[in-house]
Design a protein around this ligand. Sequence first.
Ligand SMILES: [Zn+2]
Length: 111
Amino acid sequence: MASQNETNRTNCYLAASAELVEGREGFQWRVSECPLCGLEHWHGAAGLTEDPRTYLSHRVAHCIKRPSAEIVAALEILNCDSSGYILVDEDPRRTDAMWTGPETEDAEVAR
Ligand SMILES: [Zn+2]
């Protein structure tokens, strides 16, 4: 049976502040400063017809360098996992303005 600590471990991840970026093919979430390695990472969010906020969840970190000794020590104390983080929208009002819902054919006709 898993100990209490092992059970908690899978539920503890750092938060990564992410900014929504709209591209030609779809949305992406940009983490400008990874909480683990400090570098910038990009995560696919959705096509332009899907709410990108549904992709705000646990994501595998794209770190190419290891976390610092200080971060590793903090993760140990918090009993947190270093394999990923939880994406958190850094500016929900801005996201609301960018994502106005899927465009339907009816909306096209109405213009
Ligand atoms: Zn990283």
